[in-house]
Design a protein around this ligand. Structure first.
Ligand SMILES: Nc1ncnc2c1ncn2[C@@H]1O[C@H](COP(=O)(O)OP(=O)(O)O)[C@@H](O)[C@H]1O
Ligand SMILES: [Mg+2]
Length: 255
């Protein structure tokens, strides 16, 4: 896709680690870049882990060792006729400038830049980086600690930072991740009410808890879920409701 529009800046962001920021960055970036034809770039500003940078190296190794996936990747890249998306490491306090520089130097028109930002408010430059996003998506899990810190921080972001103007933020969206069928529904009901009362936006789609997320592809597997090289298998996406999530995501960002 070759829009002349300015690229959208999007972050899966949370003050809590382990809620799915890096995972969703990869899953959504791969669907958009490899399946839907958009041009994506990713900035990994989660210093010092840089988990996405490591992921790409691992994913490449995995694809090369697996005959089925190698064929899949070959077919994909000859069909879409473009390269894998770039993942660049950078610190939070200079990531907006780095993205700007990448975009102006890129020969292809970039549609979306994803930012994997650190999960602590005291990282230098984190608030400035967040204020530079157009859309923020925050995974939440039914856990008291996650909910407390997320609701407080999201409200601050919305009521203090967004209202002051001077930000690019258009939407902040919470979404349920790792939803377990066995967990008591009252808990979700209570949190949903609280979210509404605080005036925060909650996405309708909920991502199920699935072992798929924790499994790396193996030497003999023929399907891929979370990969920076190949988009998630469509059946696996359906099983955890990632397909519905992507539909809603695309409506929100209006790409
Ligand atoms: N819906 C889900 N079901 C099961 N496991 C999940 C789900 N979403 C994320 N995970 C797992 O949770 C862990 C933390 O995810 P990650 O994306 O690394 O979090 P963060 O970047 O926010 O620290 C990973 O092992 C990931 O596979
Ligand atoms: Mg992470």
């Amino acid at each position: 896709m070759n829009t002349k529009k300015k690229p959208l800046y999007i972050a899966f962001s949370s003050q809590k680690g382990g809620v799915g920021k890096s995972t969703f960055t990869t899953l959504v970036a791969s669907v958009l870049h490899y399946r839907l034809g958009y041009n994506i770039a990713v900035f990994d500003a989660d210093f010092p882990q840089h988990s996405l940078m490591k992921m790409k190296t691992r994913d490449l190794g995995m694809v090369m060792e697996n005959e089925a996936l190698k064929k899949l990747a070959y077919k994909q890249f000859t069909t879409i006729n473009k390269k894998a998306y770039s993942i660049m490491a950078c610190k939070a306090d200079s990531v907006l400038e780095a993205a700007q520089e990448f975009i102006s130097g890129s020969t292809i028109a970039v549609d979306v830049v994803f930012f994997d930002l650190p999960g602590t408010v005291n990282t230098p430059g984190i608030l400035k980086a967040l204020a530079g996003m157009h859309h923020i998506f925050t995974p939440i899990t039914a856990d008291r600690v996650v909910m407390e810190s997320t609701l407080i921080f999201t409200q601050l972001l919305q009521d203090v930072i967004m209202k002051k103007g001077e930000t690019s933020i258009e939407t902040i969206n919470l979404f349920w991740n790792q939803v377990d069928g066995r967990e008591s529904t009252p808990l979700y009901g209570v949190y949903n009410q609280l979210i509404e009362k605080l005036g925060l936006s909650l996405m309708r789609s909920q991502i199920k808890n699935s072992t798929r997320f924790r499994k790396e592809s193996e030497v003999d597997s023929k399907t891929v879920f979370r990969s920076t090289i190949i988009p998630p298998d469509e059946r696996l996406m359906k099983a955890c409701h990632l397909d519905l999530f992507i539909d809603e995501f695309l409506k929100i960002i209006q790409l």
